[in-house]
Structures are given as structure tokens and as C-alpha cells.
Design a protein around this ligand. Sequence first.
Ligand code: ADP
Length: 478
Amino acid sequence: MSEPKPNLVGGDWVAGDAAPNINPSDTTDIVGLYARASAAQTRMAIDAAKAAFPAWSRSTPLERHAVLRAASDEILARKEELGQLLSREEGKTLAEGIGETVRAAQIFDFFAGEALRLTGEVLPSIRPGVGVEITREPMGVVGIITPWNFPIAIPAWKLAPALCYGNTVVFKPADLVPGCAWALVDILRRAGLPDGVLNLVMGRGSVVGQTIVDNPDVAALTFTGSVPTGAALAAKSAQLMRKVQLEMGGKNPFVVLADADLDVAVDCVINGAFFSTGQRCTASSRIIVEEAIEGAFLDKMTERMAGLRVGNALEPETQIGPVVDESQLSQNEKYIEIGQDEGARLVAGGERVSRDTEGYFQMPALFADCNNQMRIAREEIFGPVAAVIAVKDYDEALSVANDTEFGLSAGIATTSLKHATHFKRNAEAGMVMVNLPTAGVDFHVPFGGRKASSHGPREQGRYAAEFFTTVKTAYTMA
Ligand code: ADP
């Protein structure tokens, strides 16, 4: 086993208690050892980011462009290796791992371009002789706290805009997936970031994350993770009058109308509910089906599900990798029991299965005869478990779709322009998909939700500037 990978604090690689990064497809495979930062090291990282801010905030667009561009190029050139690392530490299939890595490269490419397009506005004042300039300035030290389910894309979509707009960063990845985070930071550092501009502090949320949250020098905090953690972080941030951006859970509906192309609908549900092992905040977990076609839909679903290949993420034929760890798998199993106790009918899947390697394998599960009040229809499970709810018509479908505390993504399968248009306008979600899975988004357009799913400005694309900058209005009498 090689030396533990260290944290990056103020330009120095610093050692810490080593924790193993375990492959969920094969728990005998240790991906590597990664140092957990202490609270003191985390505070040093914040101090370093603060010290580096004045110079980086005045760096030229070309300097920022060069770093982001070089990072994009290296990620793309190493997509097979990084994609494999991702699949090994998180458990999504190799195709998904490589795809996510390419996505990360595209995000850095996008923000490399944005760095060259930083603009402001010049307007005449309502007062004679006065000019008005509107500019965007960086926030200062940005705290970035990321989850385990997109080990390279989520760090990329927070790091790239943070750096593009001239902020300095303290980055804490999820404890389960330090590998991609470390590789990304190593790439950015070698791409030419000055010392202290980007600091990596791996480790536990309760130690490293909490130290970032509690520190008033962190001017803005962007977080993706669970609702309880996000809510606690928002409460502390409100006390400190700090800007926050939270992306949290989902209980995303996918509506199948009687006029849908059933093959399209089934493709959307298989992908949206089960790919990436259902471990996406945009996953479809409530499938709302018009009762006229419920039987035909369930028949097609069970037929497709019987052919799904669950297994080791690194094997090419695998379509669905393992669940990320034992605690998530036990939680999924608990919800299978809860669903059955609530009177839902388990149509397919749900069982733990063994493969050649020791991993956390579970067959995707589909429940029928559900109603929208059941816990399996209200609580985010974050696994390959979907609940089918039959409704009499489109109006009831829309009302069930919106009857949730969440509002990230909502989808519909229909050939009716009228219903598609109505659904786009009336779904209470940040993202709406017509004849497409609820999961799977572009990198150059806004990402985010409503209600308990999100808080604060949108992520990604040009909308990222809303969070990573603050607006200044300057008046000059000349
Ligand atoms: P998940 O269910 O995705 O693990 P969490 O909200 O627990 O959701 O974790 C998301 C991220 O937040 C992880 O990086 C985790 O370490 C971090 N985190 C957990 N608890 C805290 C906390 N108290 N303060 C700050 N960050 C935390």
C-alpha cells in the first residue's frame, strides 16, 4: 500500500490520520489511504485561503483561464484512469464513471471560457453628469462541501466557478470518496494555482465540515448533501450572515400518461430510477401512472428489470453497480420492509445478491399499489427503489407529482403537446423533463430545485455567477 494521500493546506501537502478508501464492488480492495484533516489543519486551510484571496481576486482573466483550461485538458486526457478510480471508489459503472469524468472536463472547459468573458455594465445615471458601473466581485473564501454520489462532477461544478470568478477555496469532499477529489486538486495545483488559492481538507463532516461551517472567515458556503445537514449549515450561516447555496434531496415524480409511447416511458423509468444504483438526487422514485395503462406499464417494466445486470462496477457488462456502503444498503432494505408493511406490492427486486466479489449488491426494486402518503413515496431512500402510484387522469397525476416536500426534478412521458406544456408550466420543480429521465442534465444550464430540495442561487452555467460573486454598483460624477 502506498503512502496516504495528504491534504493540501496553503500550498503544502500535509499528513494526517490515514483512512482507507474501500471499493463497494469488492470490499477486499482498498483503493488507497487518505489523510483525514484535523480541525486545526482545517482552520489553517481557511487562513491560507484568506491570505491568498487579495492576489487571486486581482488575477487576470487569462491566468484563471489558463488554469481551468489546463485542468480540463488533463482530466480529459486521463478520463479512462480517473473514470476507473471513480467507479472503484463509488461503485457506479465504468461507463458512468468515465462519462462523469468527461463531464468534469467539460465543466472546467466552460468556466475557462467564462473567465475570458467576465463583464460588467455601464449605464447612464438618472442624474446629469453621473455614470453608473455594475460589476461582479468574488465573495472571498468559499467553503465547498460535497457528497459521495458524484465524486468528480459535483466538486468540478463548484470548484470551477469558484476559481473562475476569483474566489479562494477550502474544499471538503465526502469521506467515502476522497480519491477523485484528491486527483482533481492535484491536477488544479499543477495547472498553476498559486499557493493557498485551493485547499483540500478530507475527512469527517462532524470535524472538518463543522469547522468550515463554524468559521466566520468563510464568506460563502456551497453544499450538496442531505436535508438535515443542509438545514443545520443554513442555520449557522444565517447567524453569521453568510451566503449559502444548498442542494439536497429529491423525491422526484415521473408521470406516465395513457398517451405515452410506452417504450420511451419504460426507458425513462429504468434509467431515472435505477441507473447509478438510484443514488442520484434527481432519481425518479415516484412513478405516477394513469390507471388505463398501469397493467401494460408494469408488464413492460418487470420484463426489462428481469434483464438488468447488477454487479461489479468495473466489469463491462454491468449495468447497475453496487450500493455505496453497508449502511446505505441496510437503509434500502429497511425501506423495502417498510413498503411491504405499508401494503405496497413488491413487483420485482429488492433483494441483496452475491457476486464473485464481496460487495453491496442489491436488485433494483419496484413497488406497485402505492399511494402518495406512504413513507416509500414521501421519504428520500437514495437507492434503486421506485414506487408506482396509479391515478385516474392527468389532473390527479399533476397534483400527486406536486404533493411532496421536495422539488428538484419532475418528468412526464406523453405524446400530448397540451399535457407536456401544462406540466412544464405547473410542475413545482426546478427542472422539468418531457420524454426524458428525471436524471441526466446538461452542464451549461442552471441546475437546482425548489422547496426542501434547494436553497440559494442555482448552480452551473452562467447562473453560477449569482452565488460565486457579489454585485457592486459604482457611481461617478465626472
Ligand atoms: P450524505 O447522505 O450524502 O452523506 P451528508 O449531508 O451526511 O449527506 O453529507 C454531505 C457532505 O456533508 C459530506 O461531505 C459530509 O461529510 C458533510 N457533512 C456531514 N455532516 C456535516 C456537518 N455537521 N457539518 C458540515 N459538513 C458535514
